[in-house]
Design a binder for this molecule. Structure first.
Ligand SMILES: Cc1ncc(COP(=O)(O)O)c(C=O)c1O
Length: 485
Protein backbone atom coordinates (compact mmCIF):
# COMPACT_ATOMS: atom_id res chain seq x y z
CA UNK A 1 0.00 0.00 0.00
CA UNK A 2 1.39 3.43 -0.96
CA UNK A 3 1.71 5.86 1.85
CA UNK A 4 1.39 9.60 1.50
CA UNK A 5 -0.01 12.36 3.69
CA UNK A 6 -1.94 14.09 0.91
CA UNK A 7 -3.63 13.10 -2.29
CA UNK A 8 -1.84 13.81 -5.61
CA UNK A 9 -3.06 17.44 -5.70
CA UNK A 10 -1.62 18.00 -2.25
CA UNK A 11 -5.12 19.22 -1.33
CA UNK A 12 -6.95 16.78 0.87
CA UNK A 13 -10.00 19.08 0.90
CA UNK A 14 -10.25 19.53 -2.85
CA UNK A 15 -11.98 16.42 -4.00
CA UNK A 16 -14.99 15.44 -6.02
CA UNK A 17 -16.32 13.23 -3.27
CA UNK A 18 -19.34 15.41 -2.57
CA UNK A 19 -22.01 14.76 -5.09
CA UNK A 20 -19.77 12.56 -7.23
CA UNK A 21 -21.61 10.50 -9.80
CA UNK A 22 -19.73 7.36 -8.89
CA UNK A 23 -21.44 6.58 -5.61
CA UNK A 24 -24.75 6.34 -7.37
CA UNK A 25 -23.09 4.05 -9.87
CA UNK A 26 -22.31 1.67 -7.00
CA UNK A 27 -25.91 1.35 -5.83
CA UNK A 28 -26.86 -1.62 -8.07
CA UNK A 29 -23.79 -3.50 -6.80
CA UNK A 30 -24.76 -2.68 -3.22
CA UNK A 31 -28.11 -4.33 -3.70
CA UNK A 32 -26.66 -7.50 -5.25
CA UNK A 33 -27.34 -10.77 -3.35
CA UNK A 34 -25.28 -10.92 -0.13
CA UNK A 35 -23.17 -13.78 -1.51
CA UNK A 36 -21.83 -11.71 -4.45
CA UNK A 37 -22.16 -8.20 -3.04
CA UNK A 38 -18.48 -7.76 -2.18
CA UNK A 39 -17.32 -8.82 -5.63
CA UNK A 40 -19.99 -6.71 -7.33
CA UNK A 41 -18.91 -3.65 -5.39
CA UNK A 42 -15.28 -4.15 -6.36
CA UNK A 43 -16.20 -4.69 -10.01
CA UNK A 44 -18.33 -1.54 -10.10
CA UNK A 45 -15.60 0.55 -8.50
CA UNK A 46 -12.98 -0.88 -10.86
CA UNK A 47 -15.18 -0.12 -13.86
CA UNK A 48 -15.77 3.45 -12.66
CA UNK A 49 -12.00 4.04 -12.61
CA UNK A 50 -11.30 2.20 -15.85
CA UNK A 51 -13.99 4.04 -17.78
CA UNK A 52 -12.72 7.41 -16.60
CA UNK A 53 -15.89 8.14 -14.68
CA UNK A 54 -13.71 8.51 -11.62
CA UNK A 55 -10.72 10.57 -12.72
CA UNK A 56 -7.23 10.28 -11.14
CA UNK A 57 -7.02 12.33 -7.97
CA UNK A 58 -10.70 11.94 -7.07
CA UNK A 59 -10.93 11.33 -3.36
CA UNK A 60 -13.24 8.59 -2.16
CA UNK A 61 -15.50 8.98 0.86
CA UNK A 62 -14.38 7.32 4.08
CA UNK A 63 -15.33 3.65 4.26
CA UNK A 64 -17.77 4.52 7.04
CA UNK A 65 -19.55 7.21 4.93
CA UNK A 66 -19.70 5.15 1.77
CA UNK A 67 -20.98 2.10 3.67
CA UNK A 68 -23.72 4.27 5.20
CA UNK A 69 -24.62 5.81 1.80
CA UNK A 70 -24.82 2.43 0.11
CA UNK A 71 -26.44 0.61 3.01
CA UNK A 72 -23.75 -2.10 3.15
CA UNK A 73 -21.39 -3.18 5.92
CA UNK A 74 -18.27 -1.13 6.44
CA UNK A 75 -16.17 -4.28 6.11
CA UNK A 76 -17.27 -4.73 2.47
CA UNK A 77 -16.17 -1.20 1.59
CA UNK A 78 -12.85 -1.55 3.41
CA UNK A 79 -12.24 -4.81 1.59
CA UNK A 80 -13.06 -3.19 -1.78
CA UNK A 81 -10.71 -0.27 -1.08
CA UNK A 82 -7.90 -2.65 -0.05
CA UNK A 83 -8.39 -4.90 -3.05
CA UNK A 84 -8.40 -2.03 -5.56
CA UNK A 85 -5.46 -0.38 -3.86
CA UNK A 86 -3.53 -3.64 -4.20
CA UNK A 87 -4.47 -3.77 -7.89
CA UNK A 88 -3.24 -0.21 -8.45
CA UNK A 89 -6.61 1.41 -9.18
CA UNK A 90 -6.68 3.28 -5.87
CA UNK A 91 -4.09 4.76 -3.59
CA UNK A 92 -4.27 5.53 0.07
CA UNK A 93 -2.24 7.05 2.83
CA UNK A 94 -2.51 7.22 6.57
CA UNK A 95 -4.64 10.24 7.46
CA UNK A 96 -4.97 11.19 3.77
CA UNK A 97 -7.83 8.89 2.85
CA UNK A 98 -8.19 6.96 -0.39
CA UNK A 99 -8.13 8.40 -3.88
CA UNK A 100 -8.06 7.26 -7.50
CA UNK A 101 -4.52 6.50 -8.63
CA UNK A 102 -2.96 7.83 -11.80
CA UNK A 103 -1.73 4.48 -13.14
CA UNK A 104 -4.88 3.56 -15.04
CA UNK A 105 -5.51 5.01 -18.47
CA UNK A 106 -9.18 5.29 -19.25
CA UNK A 107 -9.85 3.24 -22.39
CA UNK A 108 -12.55 5.62 -23.53
CA UNK A 109 -12.94 8.84 -21.55
CA UNK A 110 -16.59 9.39 -20.74
CA UNK A 111 -18.09 12.20 -22.70
CA UNK A 112 -20.13 13.18 -19.67
CA UNK A 113 -16.97 14.28 -17.86
CA UNK A 114 -16.23 16.73 -20.63
CA UNK A 115 -17.92 19.91 -21.61
CA UNK A 116 -19.70 18.61 -24.67
CA UNK A 117 -19.60 21.67 -26.89
CA UNK A 118 -16.06 21.74 -28.21
CA UNK A 119 -14.77 18.35 -29.31
CA UNK A 120 -10.98 18.25 -29.19
CA UNK A 121 -10.80 20.99 -26.58
CA UNK A 122 -8.41 20.22 -23.71
CA UNK A 123 -10.31 22.48 -21.32
CA UNK A 124 -13.73 23.93 -22.04
CA UNK A 125 -14.89 26.72 -19.73
CA UNK A 126 -17.90 27.79 -21.79
CA UNK A 127 -20.72 28.60 -19.34
CA UNK A 128 -24.22 27.17 -19.47
CA UNK A 129 -24.11 23.43 -18.81
CA UNK A 130 -24.33 21.73 -15.42
CA UNK A 131 -22.52 18.46 -14.66
CA UNK A 132 -24.66 16.01 -16.58
CA UNK A 133 -23.08 13.08 -14.76
CA UNK A 134 -24.81 14.27 -11.57
CA UNK A 135 -28.16 13.40 -13.11
CA UNK A 136 -29.84 11.14 -10.51
CA UNK A 137 -30.46 8.18 -12.80
CA UNK A 138 -31.41 5.72 -10.09
CA UNK A 139 -33.91 8.01 -8.35
CA UNK A 140 -35.32 9.05 -11.74
CA UNK A 141 -35.78 5.43 -12.80
CA UNK A 142 -37.54 4.67 -9.51
CA UNK A 143 -39.85 7.66 -9.96
CA UNK A 144 -40.55 6.57 -13.55
CA UNK A 145 -41.58 3.10 -12.43
CA UNK A 146 -43.73 4.59 -9.68
CA UNK A 147 -45.48 6.94 -12.07
CA UNK A 148 -46.24 4.24 -14.63
CA UNK A 149 -47.76 2.16 -11.87
CA UNK A 150 -49.93 4.93 -10.44
CA UNK A 151 -50.83 7.25 -13.36
CA UNK A 152 -54.59 7.15 -14.06
CA UNK A 153 -55.44 6.26 -17.68
CA UNK A 154 -57.07 9.64 -18.16
CA UNK A 155 -53.75 11.40 -17.53
CA UNK A 156 -52.44 9.84 -20.73
CA UNK A 157 -54.89 11.96 -22.73
CA UNK A 158 -54.24 15.54 -23.88
CA UNK A 159 -53.36 17.52 -20.79
CA UNK A 160 -54.51 20.90 -19.56
CA UNK A 161 -52.17 23.21 -21.53
CA UNK A 162 -51.07 24.73 -18.21
CA UNK A 163 -49.85 21.33 -17.02
CA UNK A 164 -51.04 18.53 -14.72
CA UNK A 165 -52.70 19.95 -11.57
CA UNK A 166 -50.49 17.64 -9.49
CA UNK A 167 -47.29 19.15 -10.90
CA UNK A 168 -48.56 22.72 -10.65
CA UNK A 169 -49.40 22.14 -6.98
CA UNK A 170 -45.96 20.63 -6.33
CA UNK A 171 -44.26 23.53 -8.13
CA UNK A 172 -46.30 26.10 -6.22
CA UNK A 173 -45.10 24.63 -2.91
CA UNK A 174 -41.50 24.30 -4.11
CA UNK A 175 -41.17 27.78 -5.58
CA UNK A 176 -42.86 29.50 -2.65
CA UNK A 177 -40.59 27.70 -0.21
CA UNK A 178 -37.29 27.95 -2.09
CA UNK A 179 -37.64 31.17 -4.07
CA UNK A 180 -40.25 33.21 -2.22
CA UNK A 181 -42.52 33.50 -5.23
CA UNK A 182 -46.26 34.08 -4.90
CA UNK A 183 -47.26 30.81 -6.42
CA UNK A 184 -50.88 30.30 -7.37
CA UNK A 185 -51.10 26.91 -9.16
CA UNK A 186 -53.74 28.46 -11.47
CA UNK A 187 -51.12 30.88 -12.80
CA UNK A 188 -48.38 28.31 -13.39
CA UNK A 189 -47.76 27.01 -16.89
CA UNK A 190 -45.51 23.98 -17.33
CA UNK A 191 -43.22 24.68 -20.29
CA UNK A 192 -40.26 23.09 -22.04
CA UNK A 193 -37.75 25.47 -20.44
CA UNK A 194 -37.08 29.17 -20.00
CA UNK A 195 -36.67 29.32 -23.77
CA UNK A 196 -40.30 28.35 -24.39
CA UNK A 197 -41.47 30.59 -21.55
CA UNK A 198 -39.71 33.46 -23.34
CA UNK A 199 -41.41 32.78 -26.67
CA UNK A 200 -44.84 32.40 -25.03
CA UNK A 201 -44.39 35.69 -23.20
CA UNK A 202 -43.25 37.29 -26.44
CA UNK A 203 -46.55 36.33 -28.11
CA UNK A 204 -48.55 37.52 -25.11
CA UNK A 205 -46.73 40.86 -24.96
CA UNK A 206 -47.25 41.38 -28.67
CA UNK A 207 -50.96 40.66 -28.31
CA UNK A 208 -51.04 43.10 -25.40
CA UNK A 209 -49.66 45.90 -27.60
CA UNK A 210 -46.04 45.63 -26.46
CA UNK A 211 -44.01 44.76 -29.59
CA UNK A 212 -40.61 45.67 -28.07
CA UNK A 213 -38.86 44.46 -24.91
CA UNK A 214 -35.70 45.61 -23.19
CA UNK A 215 -32.93 43.07 -22.65
CA UNK A 216 -29.90 43.30 -20.40
CA UNK A 217 -26.66 44.27 -22.10
CA UNK A 218 -24.50 42.23 -21.68
CA UNK A 219 -27.00 39.41 -21.48
CA UNK A 220 -28.15 36.02 -22.70
CA UNK A 221 -27.47 35.54 -26.41
CA UNK A 222 -30.73 33.58 -26.78
CA UNK A 223 -33.22 36.37 -26.16
CA UNK A 224 -33.07 38.19 -29.49
CA UNK A 225 -33.91 35.11 -31.55
CA UNK A 226 -36.58 33.84 -29.11
CA UNK A 227 -38.42 37.15 -29.11
CA UNK A 228 -37.98 37.57 -32.85
CA UNK A 229 -39.83 34.23 -33.29
CA UNK A 230 -42.79 35.88 -31.53
CA UNK A 231 -42.54 39.04 -33.64
CA UNK A 232 -41.08 41.07 -30.76
CA UNK A 233 -38.04 43.32 -31.17
CA UNK A 234 -35.43 43.59 -28.43
CA UNK A 235 -33.75 46.79 -27.27
CA UNK A 236 -30.44 46.54 -25.41
CA UNK A 237 -30.38 48.28 -22.02
CA UNK A 238 -26.98 48.70 -20.32
CA UNK A 239 -26.27 47.60 -16.75
CA UNK A 240 -24.77 49.47 -13.85
CA UNK A 241 -23.57 48.00 -10.56
CA UNK A 242 -27.16 47.65 -9.22
CA UNK A 243 -28.71 45.94 -12.24
CA UNK A 244 -30.34 47.16 -15.43
CA UNK A 245 -29.93 50.98 -15.69
CA UNK A 246 -33.12 52.89 -15.07
CA UNK A 247 -32.26 56.02 -17.12
CA UNK A 248 -31.63 54.17 -20.40
CA UNK A 249 -34.60 51.89 -19.65
CA UNK A 250 -36.96 54.89 -19.37
CA UNK A 251 -35.48 56.52 -22.47
CA UNK A 252 -35.85 53.34 -24.53
CA UNK A 253 -39.65 53.63 -24.45
CA UNK A 254 -40.18 49.88 -23.87
CA UNK A 255 -42.84 48.72 -21.41
CA UNK A 256 -41.36 45.31 -20.67
CA UNK A 257 -37.83 44.25 -19.75
CA UNK A 258 -36.17 40.86 -19.32
CA UNK A 259 -33.94 40.54 -16.26
CA UNK A 260 -31.86 37.99 -14.36
CA UNK A 261 -31.97 39.70 -10.94
CA UNK A 262 -30.70 36.86 -8.72
CA UNK A 263 -27.45 36.36 -10.64
CA UNK A 264 -27.26 38.49 -13.74
CA UNK A 265 -26.23 36.54 -16.81
CA UNK A 266 -23.35 36.80 -17.48
CA UNK A 267 -21.87 39.45 -15.12
CA UNK A 268 -23.04 37.65 -11.95
CA UNK A 269 -24.23 40.77 -10.12
CA UNK A 270 -27.25 40.46 -7.82
CA UNK A 271 -29.72 43.28 -8.31
CA UNK A 272 -29.71 45.59 -5.26
CA UNK A 273 -32.86 45.97 -3.16
CA UNK A 274 -33.08 49.57 -4.33
CA UNK A 275 -32.94 48.61 -8.01
CA UNK A 276 -35.58 45.91 -7.51
CA UNK A 277 -37.94 48.47 -6.00
CA UNK A 278 -37.16 51.03 -8.73
CA UNK A 279 -37.76 48.47 -11.44
CA UNK A 280 -41.19 47.61 -10.06
CA UNK A 281 -42.07 51.32 -9.73
CA UNK A 282 -41.06 51.74 -13.35
CA UNK A 283 -43.22 48.79 -14.46
CA UNK A 284 -46.25 50.25 -12.64
CA UNK A 285 -45.63 53.72 -14.06
CA UNK A 286 -45.61 52.48 -17.68
CA UNK A 287 -48.31 49.84 -17.07
CA UNK A 288 -45.73 47.27 -18.13
CA UNK A 289 -44.00 44.07 -17.04
CA UNK A 290 -40.71 42.75 -15.74
CA UNK A 291 -39.77 39.29 -16.98
CA UNK A 292 -37.66 37.46 -14.42
CA UNK A 293 -35.42 34.70 -15.78
CA UNK A 294 -34.39 32.75 -12.66
CA UNK A 295 -32.16 30.41 -14.65
CA UNK A 296 -29.77 29.50 -11.80
CA UNK A 297 -31.63 30.86 -8.77
CA UNK A 298 -31.19 27.67 -6.76
CA UNK A 299 -27.42 27.90 -6.55
CA UNK A 300 -26.26 30.14 -3.72
CA UNK A 301 -22.96 29.61 -1.95
CA UNK A 302 -21.91 32.37 0.42
CA UNK A 303 -24.87 34.59 0.97
CA UNK A 304 -28.47 34.28 2.02
CA UNK A 305 -30.70 33.39 -0.91
CA UNK A 306 -32.18 36.42 -2.62
CA UNK A 307 -35.89 35.83 -3.04
CA UNK A 308 -37.40 36.16 -6.48
CA UNK A 309 -38.53 39.59 -7.63
CA UNK A 310 -41.89 38.09 -8.57
CA UNK A 311 -42.76 37.76 -4.86
CA UNK A 312 -42.91 41.56 -4.61
CA UNK A 313 -45.48 42.09 -7.36
CA UNK A 314 -46.91 38.99 -9.08
CA UNK A 315 -49.16 41.13 -11.30
CA UNK A 316 -46.16 42.91 -12.84
CA UNK A 317 -43.53 40.19 -12.86
CA UNK A 318 -43.56 37.06 -15.01
CA UNK A 319 -41.25 34.45 -13.49
CA UNK A 320 -39.55 31.65 -15.45
CA UNK A 321 -37.29 28.81 -14.34
CA UNK A 322 -36.38 25.29 -15.36
CA UNK A 323 -34.52 22.12 -14.42
CA UNK A 324 -31.83 22.83 -17.02
CA UNK A 325 -29.19 23.74 -14.42
CA UNK A 326 -30.35 21.46 -11.60
CA UNK A 327 -31.08 18.21 -13.49
CA UNK A 328 -30.40 18.41 -17.22
CA UNK A 329 -31.24 20.74 -20.12
CA UNK A 330 -32.17 17.68 -22.19
CA UNK A 331 -35.29 17.12 -20.06
CA UNK A 332 -36.78 20.33 -21.53
CA UNK A 333 -38.86 21.04 -18.48
CA UNK A 334 -39.58 24.38 -16.87
CA UNK A 335 -42.27 26.65 -15.46
CA UNK A 336 -43.71 30.05 -16.04
CA UNK A 337 -45.65 32.04 -13.45
CA UNK A 338 -47.64 34.46 -15.47
CA UNK A 339 -49.33 37.73 -14.43
CA UNK A 340 -53.10 37.64 -14.75
CA UNK A 341 -53.16 40.19 -17.58
CA UNK A 342 -51.05 37.90 -19.81
CA UNK A 343 -52.35 34.53 -18.62
CA UNK A 344 -55.06 33.75 -21.19
CA UNK A 345 -52.83 34.59 -24.15
CA UNK A 346 -49.93 32.53 -22.77
CA UNK A 347 -52.13 29.48 -22.13
CA UNK A 348 -53.77 29.69 -25.54
CA UNK A 349 -50.37 29.95 -27.21
CA UNK A 350 -49.12 26.95 -25.28
CA UNK A 351 -52.15 25.00 -26.46
CA UNK A 352 -51.64 25.86 -30.12
CA UNK A 353 -47.86 25.36 -29.94
CA UNK A 354 -47.80 21.76 -28.70
CA UNK A 355 -51.14 20.82 -27.06
CA UNK A 356 -49.43 20.70 -23.68
CA UNK A 357 -46.38 19.20 -22.07
CA UNK A 358 -45.78 15.38 -22.01
CA UNK A 359 -47.78 14.02 -19.10
CA UNK A 360 -45.52 11.17 -17.99
CA UNK A 361 -42.63 13.62 -17.61
CA UNK A 362 -44.87 15.96 -15.65
CA UNK A 363 -46.13 13.27 -13.30
CA UNK A 364 -42.59 12.00 -12.84
CA UNK A 365 -41.24 15.40 -11.89
CA UNK A 366 -44.23 16.01 -9.58
CA UNK A 367 -43.41 12.80 -7.72
CA UNK A 368 -39.73 13.74 -7.66
CA UNK A 369 -40.56 17.06 -6.01
CA UNK A 370 -43.20 15.68 -3.63
CA UNK A 371 -40.88 12.99 -2.25
CA UNK A 372 -37.97 15.36 -1.58
CA UNK A 373 -35.79 13.93 -4.37
CA UNK A 374 -35.50 17.34 -6.03
CA UNK A 375 -34.36 19.03 -2.82
CA UNK A 376 -31.80 16.27 -2.36
CA UNK A 377 -30.54 16.79 -5.91
CA UNK A 378 -30.23 20.53 -5.36
CA UNK A 379 -28.25 19.98 -2.15
CA UNK A 380 -25.98 17.54 -3.92
CA UNK A 381 -25.29 19.89 -6.85
CA UNK A 382 -24.82 22.82 -4.50
CA UNK A 383 -22.09 20.93 -2.62
CA UNK A 384 -20.33 19.81 -5.80
CA UNK A 385 -20.48 23.23 -7.47
CA UNK A 386 -19.25 25.10 -4.41
CA UNK A 387 -16.20 22.84 -4.36
CA UNK A 388 -15.59 23.43 -8.05
CA UNK A 389 -15.98 27.17 -7.70
CA UNK A 390 -13.43 27.13 -4.85
CA UNK A 391 -11.08 25.08 -7.03
CA UNK A 392 -11.40 27.61 -9.86
CA UNK A 393 -10.86 30.65 -7.64
CA UNK A 394 -7.78 29.15 -5.98
CA UNK A 395 -6.32 27.93 -9.31
CA UNK A 396 -6.72 31.41 -10.82
CA UNK A 397 -5.05 32.89 -7.77
CA UNK A 398 -2.17 30.43 -8.02
CA UNK A 399 -1.56 30.37 -11.78
CA UNK A 400 -2.80 33.76 -13.00
CA UNK A 401 -1.98 36.03 -10.03
CA UNK A 402 -3.64 39.41 -9.95
CA UNK A 403 -6.84 38.08 -11.55
CA UNK A 404 -10.00 39.52 -10.00
CA UNK A 405 -12.90 37.13 -9.77
CA UNK A 406 -16.48 38.37 -9.41
CA UNK A 407 -19.99 36.95 -9.45
CA UNK A 408 -18.80 34.05 -7.32
CA UNK A 409 -21.55 33.96 -4.68
CA UNK A 410 -24.00 32.11 -6.85
CA UNK A 411 -24.59 30.29 -10.11
CA UNK A 412 -22.46 28.09 -12.33
CA UNK A 413 -19.93 30.56 -13.72
CA UNK A 414 -17.73 33.49 -12.65
CA UNK A 415 -16.22 36.54 -14.31
CA UNK A 416 -12.41 36.60 -14.24
CA UNK A 417 -10.72 39.93 -14.99
CA UNK A 418 -7.09 39.33 -15.86
CA UNK A 419 -4.50 42.06 -15.31
CA UNK A 420 -3.88 44.18 -18.45
CA UNK A 421 -0.44 42.56 -18.92
CA UNK A 422 -2.18 39.46 -20.36
CA UNK A 423 -3.81 41.51 -23.13
CA UNK A 424 -4.58 42.50 -25.77
CA UNK A 425 -7.67 40.30 -25.70
CA UNK A 426 -7.51 39.05 -29.30
CA UNK A 427 -3.93 37.82 -28.89
CA UNK A 428 -4.66 36.21 -25.53
CA UNK A 429 -7.71 34.35 -26.89
CA UNK A 430 -5.75 33.18 -29.94
CA UNK A 431 -3.08 31.70 -27.66
CA UNK A 432 -5.68 29.92 -25.57
CA UNK A 433 -7.32 28.51 -28.69
CA UNK A 434 -3.96 27.19 -29.90
CA UNK A 435 -3.42 25.56 -26.50
CA UNK A 436 -6.86 23.89 -26.72
CA UNK A 437 -8.52 26.00 -24.04
CA UNK A 438 -12.04 27.14 -24.90
CA UNK A 439 -13.25 30.31 -23.18
CA UNK A 440 -15.59 33.17 -24.03
CA UNK A 441 -14.75 36.78 -23.27
CA UNK A 442 -17.44 38.98 -21.70
CA UNK A 443 -17.54 41.00 -24.94
CA UNK A 444 -19.14 37.97 -26.65
CA UNK A 445 -22.29 38.56 -24.59
CA UNK A 446 -22.66 42.23 -25.51
CA UNK A 447 -25.71 43.06 -27.59
CA UNK A 448 -23.80 44.97 -30.24
CA UNK A 449 -20.22 44.11 -31.09
CA UNK A 450 -18.22 45.55 -28.20
CA UNK A 451 -14.54 46.36 -28.34
CA UNK A 452 -12.65 45.17 -25.27
CA UNK A 453 -11.42 47.88 -22.93
CA UNK A 454 -7.74 46.90 -22.97
CA UNK A 455 -6.95 49.13 -19.98
CA UNK A 456 -9.41 47.11 -17.88
CA UNK A 457 -7.81 43.79 -18.72
CA UNK A 458 -9.23 40.70 -20.41
CA UNK A 459 -12.60 39.72 -18.91
CA UNK A 460 -13.58 36.07 -19.24
CA UNK A 461 -16.86 34.29 -18.47
CA UNK A 462 -15.73 30.98 -16.96
CA UNK A 463 -18.23 28.14 -16.50
CA UNK A 464 -17.05 25.61 -13.93
CA UNK A 465 -20.01 23.46 -12.90
CA UNK A 466 -19.53 20.86 -15.64
CA UNK A 467 -15.85 20.25 -14.80
CA UNK A 468 -14.42 18.15 -11.97
CA UNK A 469 -11.97 20.10 -9.80
CA UNK A 470 -8.92 18.33 -11.26
CA UNK A 471 -9.90 19.43 -14.76
CA UNK A 472 -10.50 22.95 -13.58
CA UNK A 473 -7.00 23.11 -12.12
CA UNK A 474 -5.46 21.55 -15.23
CA UNK A 475 -7.37 23.96 -17.46
CA UNK A 476 -6.25 27.04 -15.54
CA UNK A 477 -2.67 25.77 -15.60
CA UNK A 478 -2.93 25.37 -19.38
CA UNK A 479 -4.32 28.90 -19.60
CA UNK A 480 -1.39 30.28 -17.64
CA UNK A 481 1.14 28.38 -19.77
CA UNK A 482 -0.48 29.66 -22.96
CA UNK A 483 -0.41 33.21 -21.59
CA UNK A 484 3.32 32.93 -20.89
CA UNK A 485 4.33 31.56 -24.32
C1 LIG B 1 -29.66 33.18 -18.88
C2 LIG B 1 -30.34 31.99 -19.49
N1 LIG B 1 -31.67 31.96 -19.57
C3 LIG B 1 -32.32 30.92 -20.15
C4 LIG B 1 -31.66 29.85 -20.68
C5 LIG B 1 -32.44 28.75 -21.35
O1 LIG B 1 -32.82 27.84 -20.41
P1 LIG B 1 -33.81 26.59 -20.67
O2 LIG B 1 -32.94 25.42 -20.91
O3 LIG B 1 -34.56 26.53 -19.40
O4 LIG B 1 -34.66 26.89 -21.85
C6 LIG B 1 -30.28 29.82 -20.60
C7 LIG B 1 -29.56 28.66 -21.15
O5 LIG B 1 -28.41 28.42 -20.92
C8 LIG B 1 -29.60 30.91 -19.98
O6 LIG B 1 -28.27 30.92 -19.89
Amino acid sequence: MTSSRTNPEGRPGASESAGSPAWELLLPAASAPARTRGRSLQAALREAVRSGRLVPGTRLPSSRDLAADLGVSRGLVTEAYEQLTAEGYLRSGRGAGTWVGGAVRAAHPRARDLAPRTPGSRADFVAGTPDLSLFPRTAWATAHRGVLAELPHQDLGYPDPRGLPRLRAALAELLARRRGVVADPERIVVVSGVAQATTLLGFALHAHGLPTVGVEDPGSPQHDALYAAAGVTTVAVPLDEDGVSLGPLRESGVRAVVTTPSHQFPTGIAYSARRRAELLDWARSVDGFVLEDDYDGDFRYDRAPVGALQGLDPDRVAYAGSVSKSLAPGLRLGWLLVPEALADEVVERKRTMDLGHPTIDQALFARFVERGDYDRQLRRCQRAYRERRDALVSALDEHLPGTEVSGIAAGLHVIATLPPRYGPQERFLARLATAGVTVRPLTDYAHARAEPDEKQGVRLVLGYAHLPATRIRDGVRLMAEAARD
